[in-house]
Design a protein around this ligand. Sequence first.
Ligand code: PMP
Length: 405
Amino acid sequence: MFTGIPEAPQDPILGTTTLFNADTDPRKINLGVGAYRTEDGKPFVLEVVREAEAQMLKDLGTKCNKEYSTIDGPPELKKQTQGLLFGKDNEAVTSGRIASVQALSGTGALRVATEFIKTHIAKGGDKDIYVSDPTWGNHNAIFAKAGLTVKSYPYWAPATKSLNIDGMLAALGAAAEGSIVLLHACAHNPTGVDPTEAQWESIVKVMQEKKLVPLMDSAYQGYASGSLDKDAYAVRLFLSKGFEFFMCQSFAKNLGLYGERIGMLHIICQTPELAKVVLSQVKLVIRPMYSSPPKHGAELVMHILGTEAQYAKWQQELEGMAKRILEVRDLLRKGLEAKGTPGTWNHITDQIGMFSFTGLSQAQCERLISQHHIYLLKSGRISLAGLNKGNIQYMVDCVDEVVRA
Ligand code: PMP
């Protein structure tokens, strides 16, 4: 029965971790997967998460238990996570016109959103979804699996290593009315380049004119600027302009809850009545897919967002992570400039978030992997979280070597 099934290629991002784990060289560095590492290169469990875990253990059997969750997750979680993105006093939140469901992290939210879109917006027919070129690789696969037609809009200008805003606006202006547009809410993956506030306004304008539907992906709130509110700028702009839209939210990076698979899908509707109907249909997407979401991550998020002191502490920890990434950006740029490595390196500190789109060619990336045990994506994307004061000079020396090779 299984004969003749071809073996699938490794996932380009997760595959780098497999190669890294198999490498026995002590100098090896993993810059593939986007997961925060401490200055010692270790995975990081936030203090607020440790405290929430301890509280949960105390509450087990009284305030919390291991019964099934509801299909859409706890109401309290919905209110808190809406508040985090849209502002807790925002009219859309207080009026109840946002249909929210807990999801299996950001990926699960994107999958549920696009299944819903295929059934109820495309009504089973064709629907274009535009993604930035480039984008997080899994976007293409998720949307294609949901049966949408994936198209792209220009985003990255290689010559200037910055945003190709004119190309983006022109492509959106030429999209069919009612198309879906995937937008990275902040800290664009993989480029680390976000639109300025003025550029966001131009994007809003063309999307209003063409009646395009935003599908916003917020996987790095707090990572771009260190401030949760600042990083919600684009989300709140679209809300203020009266769009009906889809909003996917992940707590993998900003709370370090990668493996807990905790996220949300919020669907912003015109009225509370519409939100009620939409929610009823989203639940029909979820029930046959995985029935109901896991409780553990939901409890952790509710504890942290629901306790003022914990929330404040989270912001501090988040700022600390963002600051460390900024420091390594600075060290990498300065190191390459001090060495006189051919090329310009200002983009490393101009870019924001967890990643840098280095501009290294595929051949240079392959050489970093095969000769120097430095694992990165062949597109040149590096996760800066994998760098620290202990390995930065090795990184600088190796990048210099491959650029000159
Ligand atoms: N969107 C973007 C842009 C991402 O970078 C990621 C994680 N790499 C995700 C969504 C989803 O991540 P998760 O499913 O772990 O929340």
